[in-house]
Write a protein that binds this ligand. Structure first.
Ligand SMILES: [Zn+2]
Length: 478
């Protein structure tokens, strides 16, 4: 018999289920066992259950007495978790149960992620299937896999099984927030090829770094500088002194704002280049955000001769870098202060005669993502580069009218909880993909407080789970 550590909290079924799940390893790609658990849970309660080959699980629970004629609601959460641990913890995420402990009003796992993202959503759905909520319409519960590694589960799920036109996604982590939109995204690679030869000019390596970086969606409006784009400004300014471009490398991930960029050039005017760099370093320091206070712009003289792009190719690469539009393009027209459309030039890699630029565009509006693609294609055509897209997924645009959101907000008000703020995320949620499959579905994304997601400091605010359960119960009762 399992010894539960969370005691005297209601509804008990949520906390029991959460602890049960924490005993089952369920990192992304390893969801078979947790799917078995959910399937058995449904079967033991005589509920209709469907499972696909990816281990997405879909369970139906009939309406409570008197609610049979109300339209059904889809509840959805992902079963996979991010597996991170502190050095020296030696946790085996394929074998070991999480080592839970209570820290004041928080639940944590010793040395590892807790997987409350999105295990708490899974536990809430299991509690709903267990009859923890007094009055509700017919429920459809969708447990998806591999959200954290590209949303493969929701992408492959057969949505013809879903009859509901209302979705409560349980993957948001702030009690005080109702998420009412999310961004779609598309990665775009521009590849430029040029001819090269060895230069007899003096080589200089330019290193620009120390920037804060951050998430290319959620942090795109914080004023954090993009190291690749700053390097573009440097290289455009240096044209006055004459140089040949040898290489350009910056950033590491398309979905992160790059913190560092390096260029190697060859020039006859070393002094001119160095004095221009020092002047620009001073100018950037005045201009940059306090978040980027670690900024530096350094140079090193190289002894060896370097191979460089021919003049046309070098000019094209620098022009492409200099003018490629980056940052926030459109703000949300309904909810003030939220970004709707942006692009991040995340990575630049030089390999032999090829320079590859990787952009990640985000928008809640699919048409804007298409416009972004066309814009990059036009830019590529101007300089003779080729374009490849990958990792495209749909956004969920804010709907001014949402009866489900109104029900949820009025449930909060009736319970006397702070009226949550309505937000649109500039990051991806499974909701965008569900919306693309069921265009007329009314969606909210909500959940209790989970802090430090994706890190071994992750914690679940237990009071907020109790409060959230009451809000959800009230919402379902309406
Ligand atoms: Zn999540």
């Amino acid at each position: 018999m399992m010894e539960y550590i969370i005691k005297n909290r209601k509804p008990e079924a949520i906390f029991r289920s959460f602890e049960d799940i924490c005993a089952i390893p369920h990192g992304s790609g390893n969801e078979k066992e947790i799917a078995d658990y959910i399937e058995n849970f449904a079967k033991e309660r005589g509920l209709e259950c469907y499972r696909d080959t990816l281990h997405n699980v879909f369970v139906k629970k009939p309406a409570t007495v008197g609610r049979e004629n109300d339209p059904s609601i889809l509840l959805q959460a992902h079963t996979d978790m991010v597996c991170e641990q502190n050095e020296g913890t030696n946790h085996d995420f394929l074998m070991d149960p999480l080592d839970l402990y209570i820290d004041g009003k928080y639940l944590r796992a010793r040395g590892t992620t807790l997987g409350a993202d999105d295990g708490i959503g899974v536990a809430i759905m299991l509690a709903a299937l267990d009859g923890a909520f007094e009055s509700h319409p017919a429920l459809e519960c969708l447990f998806t896999v591999s959200e954290e590694t590209g949303m493969d589960g929701v992408n492959e799920f057969d949505f013809s099984l879903v009859k509901a036109k209302r979705l409560i996604n349980l993957d948001s982590a702030e009690l005080e927030t109702v998420v009412a939109g999310c961004a779609g995204g598309v990665r775009c690679n521009l590849d430029f090829k040029g001819t090269r030869s060895v230069s007899d000019k003096k080589a200089i390596k330019i290193i620009l770094g120390g920037l804060a970086g951050g998430h290319s969606g959620e942090n795109i409006n914080d004023g954090r500088a993009n190291a690749n784009k700053l390097m573009g400004r440097v290289l455009l300014a240096l044209k006055e002194y004459g140089y040949e471009l040898s290489s350009l490398n910056g950033g590491g991930k398309s979905n992160a704002i790059p913190r560092e960029c390096r260029a190697v050039i060859a020039t006859d005017d070393v002094n001119g280049v160095l004095s221009c760099l020092s002047k620009m370093a001073d100018e950037f320091k005045i201009e940059l955000s306090p978040l980027d206070q670690g900024f530096f712009l350094k140079s090193e003289l190289l002894d060896e001769k370097v191979s460089v792009f021919d003049k046309n190719a070098g000019d094209s690469i620098v022009a492409l870098l200099g003018i490629a539009p980056n940052g926030v393009f459109e703000m949300n027209k309904y909810i003030k202060g939220f970004v709707e459309f942006s692009r991040n030039l995340g990575v630049i890699v030089t390999k032999e005669d090829n320079v590859s630029f990787t952009f990640f565009a985000r928008s809640a509006v699919d048409a804007q993502l298409e416009a972004s693609n066309r814009e990059l294609e036009a830019l590529a055509q101007l300089v003779g580069a080729t374009v490849i897209y990958s990792e495209a997924y749909h956004g969920w645009n804010y709907e001014p009218v949402s009866p489900l959101r109104d029900k949820y907000l009025s449930a909060c008000r009736e319970l006397g909880y702070a009226y949550p703020t309505v937000q649109s995320l500039h990051a991806g949620l499974e909701c965008g993909i569900i919306k693309s499959q069921i265009p007329d579905i009314d969606i909210i994304s909500v959940g209790p407080n989970v802090f430090d997601l994706h890190s071994p400091d992750e914690s679940l605010d237990l009071d907020s789970v109790e409060q959230f359960a009451k809000i959800l119960e009230k919402t379902l009762s309406k």
